[in-house]
Design a protein around this ligand. Structure first.
Ligand code: RVP
Length: 498
């Protein structure tokens, strides 16, 4: 029986990791970890499915760093699927499904399409899909803007015969062709002259710049997307699958709910969706994790109430301190071989290693990423300092229909609440300091995890889980952990005050 007062919940600040014997060189350390049963990431970081954290730009940046972005769902099904498409088209090598244009499109349409997809050149295809030319931003330059509406792509493109590669060309042969002909782009065609792909110099260079990038079997960036369980949730899930999503992430504040568990089970058994990885969540107990193991989930997300913007524990009195929640969930997930993702409550890089030792294999971050260049929204200038907005998905702002329609009220089981006055929020709205690009933030987070592994003496994430030992600490020790008895005059890139 459950002993009500003998069960002590602990969180990150209640523990530290013991240092262990280490004979590692920093280059020996490998942070690769599993996100789901079938997907491993070189960097076990995931950006939160929140409308102030993850849209396509963040998801692209996260995948390039070796992590993963989970696209939020507070937008229409079509808009979310479009974001998936944007990420999948941002290639690190060969673009298997490039954005194209027809010969009859006007230059105005060309310019608009270039802006929308952030690409500067398009293969031109006739109605049968045959490559008839190539057109780039440069071809626009010699036509006065006033004539863009009346000039067609066919008038300005470079027509066939073009230098092309055959579908299935090797990286070496493609590089040789690009170099020999000083090309920016190399269209790939099949035996019938249909477009089969596109290689751009830019993407080739980038794939060398991002050696850790998270990629699918075709070299495309990996992307996750949030789903619910209510209303048109099945349609959302299948549309995202059709758009090429790699991981569907159940996005609810309380995952131990019949309709959601059934949804995960259906996704993992339906022939249309079962090839996609599915993460269930959020749970904070062993039984909650077991329910998703039994439903066939490929990963389990843990966290009820730890989030920086979350008021669930205060509003409802429900929650489990995060280190204990991760540990409890892993007692069901680990024996079943299902990874746990620790979601919420992280403030410093040291917490990543703590979460891993407690039983997680990856972590999800909201506030730590909301202030980066790649998060949605503009910077706000206050007293000469830059900030970005960050809000809970259970905040009034995210759940009310002020401004635009809210699609994510069912995250807090309030899908049927139609009047804003009746909403019971479980989150707050605020702002976080602007932090520059994701790559600089990720560098500090991954660097911190490297150091954790070095101190513990663990070469790999499984070794860290195996060898890591906790010591419980007091609030006096916590004060000792942080800088003390000094007035900080310079902020470190990985430590700020307030
Ligand atoms: P944090 O990283 O501490 O900012 O927490 C982010 C997490 O908080 C999200 O991944 C999500 O699980 C949770 N969240 C999002 N909105 C809210 C809320 O409004 N209560 N909570």
């Amino acid at each position: 029986a459950h002993d009500p007062f003998g069960f002590l919940g602990l969180t990150y600040d209640d523990v530290l990791l013991l240092p262990g014997y280490s004979d590692l060189a920093p280059s020996d350390i490998d942070t690769t970890s599993r996100l789901t049963r079938e997907i491993s990431l070189k960097v076990p970081l995931v950006s939160a499915a929140m409308d102030t954290v993850t849209e396509a730009r963040m998801a692209i940046a996260m995948a390039r760093q070796g992590g993963l972005g989970v696209l939020h769902r507070n937008l229409s099904i079509a808009d979310q699927a479009y974001q998936v498409d944007l990420v999948k088209r941002t290639q690190t090598g060969i673009i298997s499904n490039p954005v194209t244009i027809g010969p009859d499109a006007t230059l105005e349409q060309l310019d608009q399409r270039a802006g929308e997809y952030r690409v500067s050149g398009f293969p031109v295809l006739d109605v049968s899909g045959k490559l008839v030319g190539i057109v780039t931003n440069r071809d626009l330059r010699f036509t006065p803007v006033a004539e863009w509406a009346s000039t067609t792509v066919a008038d300005v493109m470079t027509p066939q015969p073009l230098i092309t590669g055959h579908a299935g060309i090797s990286r070496e042969d493609a590089t040789a062709l690009l170099r020999k002909h000083k090309l920016e782009r190399l269209p790939l065609v099949d035996d019938e002259g249909h477009l089969a792909g596109l290689i751009t110099v830019k993407d080739f260079v980038k794939s060398e710049q991002f050696p850790n990038a998270s990629k699918d079997s075709q070299g495309r960036l990996l992307v996750g997307a949030a789903i619910g369980y209510f209303g048109d949730a099945w349609e959302r899930a299948t549309t995202l699958v059709d758009a090429g999503v790699d991981v569907l992430v159940a996005d609810t504040a309380h995952g131990n709910v019949r309709m959601l568990i059934e949804m995960v089970h259906k996704l993992k058994t339906d022939p249309a969706t079962r090839h996609v990885q599915v993460i269930g969540g959020n749970v904070a107990t062993k039984e909650g994790a077991q329910a998703f193991v039994d439903a066939g989930a490929d990963g389990i997300k843990v966290g009820v109430g730890p989030g920086s913007i979350c008021t669930t524990r205060v509003v409802t009195g429900v929650g489990v301190p995060q280190i204990t929640a991760v540990y409890e969930a892993s007692r069901a997930a680990r024996p079943a071989g299902v990874p746990v993702i620790a979601d919420g409550g992280m403030r410093h890089s040291g917490e990543i290693g703590k979460a891993i030792v407690a039983g997680a294999e990856a972590v999800m971050l909201g506030s730590m990423l909301a202030g980066t260049e790649e998060s949605p929204g503009d910077t706000i200038l206050i007293n000469g300092k830059q900030f970005k907005a960050y809000r809970g998905m259970g905040s009034m702002g995210a759940m009310s229909s002020r401004g635009k329609k809210s699609y994510s009220k069912d995250r807090y089981f309030q899908a049927e609440v139609t009047s804003d006055d009746m909403i019971v929020p479980e989150g707050v709205e605020g702002q976080v300091p602007y932090k520059g690009t994701l790559s600089t933030v990720a560098h500090q987070l991954v660097g911190g995890l490297h150091q954790t592994m070095f101190y513990v003496g663990a070469r790999t994430v499984p070794e860290l889980q195996e060898q890591g030992r906790f010591v419980r600490i007091t609030s006096a020790s916590l004060a000792e952990s942080h800088p003390h008895d000094i007035k900080m005059t310079v902020e470190a890139p990985n430590y700020t005050v307030g």
